[in-house]
Design a protein around this ligand. Structure first.
Ligand SMILES: [Zn+2]
Length: 71
């Protein structure tokens, strides 16, 4: 699945989703490999469990932001 480019140069990640101010999801533009920011700020593989966590985080973050705007 890994493209030749990634094998030689490593993954080339682009921001694919803004979860919160600190948590982002990135996708490799060559092979679609996905990573996300973990709780310690390092990049980690984006698996189904983390996707779920990120979706929850994003929902909470949006609610918080909307509340802030309302006041
Ligand atoms: Zn890649």
């Amino acid at each position: 699945m890994k493209s030749v480019h990634c094998t030689i140069y490593g993954h080339d990640y682009v921001l694919s989703k803004d979860v919160t101010e600190h948590v982002k999801e990135y996708t490799c533009k060559h092979c679609q490999h996905q990573v996300t920011t973990s709780s310690n700020g390092q990049l980690t593989i984006l698996n189904d469990k983390r996707k779920e966590i990120n979706n929850t985080l994003q929902r909470m973050y949006r609610v918080k932001k909307e509340r802030k705007l309302a006041f």
